[in-house]
Design a protein around this ligand. Structure first.
Ligand code: ZN
Length: 98
């Protein structure tokens, strides 16, 4: 993945925006909820403030519980939205295989 050289540009659709807040709003508009094989999946653009862009996207299932006592939770990550969803689907497949 290439770094986003222009902070005024949405890294997903490449649209030019006036302010950083407008860029964030554009990015958040790309986040969505979808259903794959009956599993409801929410994606989120995380973009952590580190050079590594491999965790820019996060994908979780509808029953995701962030509480510390909730036990291990499936959580897909990836440099793109589709990669995060693919990561999550792989984890779901692995869980079902055991
Ligand atoms: Zn956009």
């Amino acid at each position: 993945m290439r770094a986003n050289p222009d902070p005024r540009r949405c890294p997903i659709c490449d649209a030019r925006r006036r302010t950083a807040d407008d860029v964030l709003a554009c990015v958040q508009a790309h986040e969505r909820t979808r259903t794959i094989n009956g599993v409801v999946i929410h994606t989120e653009y995380v973009h952590p403030p580190v050079p590594w862009r491999g965790d820019d996207w996060s994908a979780i299932t509808d029953d995701y519980d962030g509480a510390p006592d909730a036990g291990p939770q499936l959580h897909g990550t990836g440099p793109t939205e589709n990669a995060a969803v693919a990561d999550l689907m792989e984890q779901i497949a692995e869980r079902e295989a055991t």
